[in-house]
Design a protein around this ligand. Structure first.
Ligand SMILES: [Zn+2]
Length: 298
């Protein structure tokens, strides 16, 4: 993971700091991206912050990282803030964009249309992480937690555990609740038009700060994609094929291939709840091992 100098809060996270590299030079970036490329599944670049500020990864460095990764056949996913970041990331050759962008004019869909045209034309994957913006927009809002219970993503017993977390009710670094609200609403409103324009959308949970667990956050993301108006085949593709393609994995199952699978007892193309209701999850195949009927891990 590459950031600018003293970049994203990842550096303050002891679990993730060892995989983060702070970059202010394109040549160093190229070498540092080339060296671990054989050992990683993909490379993520954090490309937000004010242009020219030391905490923003320089554009030349971003280009150098993409070039090194592509030499090693690895994909590069770029975390963006605003539309300008997204456009530069695409210009640098990013394979995927992480996070719905923060609109400058939330009242107009023009930005989303421009971005959609760019992403479709360059076949760049778009992972809006709606569930992240939903959580950050409603941090500490008990009504939102009850909504999760009503929608089947949490139980009443989960609520005290979630509200006891230190992040609950305190502002997330760099993303105010107000901005996150705007980002969430705008993405929910414009994702349908992005899909219609031919953008490949993938499903990502990102954080589970105010969700029972990361897998549940991913199910919530699928639910939100459907709520945003994506047709169900596109929601399913977001959680499977597009996510595989995004990191350069084989995206279709063929004879002799190895795949993990989730078995449902109802058709997810008929109703999204057939996928997100965990009582419908009747079996899994993981690392070639089937497991049936028993209560599946949350
Ligand atoms: Zn990110």
């Amino acid at each position: 993971m590459f950031t600018g100098v003293k970049g994203w809060p990842i550096l303050a996270d002891p679990k993730r700091a060892p995989i983060a590299r702070q970059i202010d030079d394109a040549d160093v970036a190229y070498r540092q991206a080339l060296e671990p490329a054989d050992q990683v599944d993909f490379i993520k670049c954090i490309y937000d912050g004010e242009p020219g500020a030391p905490d923003k990864l320089p554009f030349d460095a971003l280009k150098a990282i993409v070039a090194a990764a592509h030499e090693k056949d690895k994909k590069v996913l770029v975390h963006v803030h605003e539309r300008g970041d997204l456009e530069e990331a695409v210009a640098a050759g990013a394979d995927g964009i992480e996070h719905a962008f923060q609109p400058q004019d939330p009242g107009s869909t023009a930005e989303a249309r421009d971005v959609a045209a760019l992403l479709a034309e360059t076949n760049t994957c778009y992972c809006p992480t709606l569930v992240t913006w939903e959580q950050l927009a409603h941090n500490g809002d008990i009504g939102c937690l009850h909504q999760l219970v009503d929608d089947g993503f949490a139980t009443h017993d989960d609520i005290p555990e979630i509200t006891a977390r230190p992040i609950c009710g305190s502002e997330f670094p760099r993303h105010s609740a107000q901005d996150s609200h705007i980002r969430f609403d705008y993405a929910m409103r414009t994702l349908g038009l992005m899909h219609d324009a031919g953008v490949r959308i993938s499903a990502g949970s990102d954080v589970a700060l105010l969700m029972p667990s990361p897998p549940v956050a991913l199910l919530r993301e699928l639910h939100l994609l459907a709520k945003a108006g994506l047709p169900l085949p596109a929601v399913l593709a977001a959680g499977t094929r597009h996510s595989a393609e995004k990191i350069g994995r084989q995206a279709t199952i063929t004879v002799g291939s190895v795949a993990d699978a989730l078995l449902l007892d109802a058709d997810p193309y008929a109703d999204i709840t057939h996928l997100i209701d965990r009582s419908r999850h009747i079996g899994t195949v993981r690392a070639v091992r089937p497991s049936w009927g028993e209560h599946l891990a949350r």
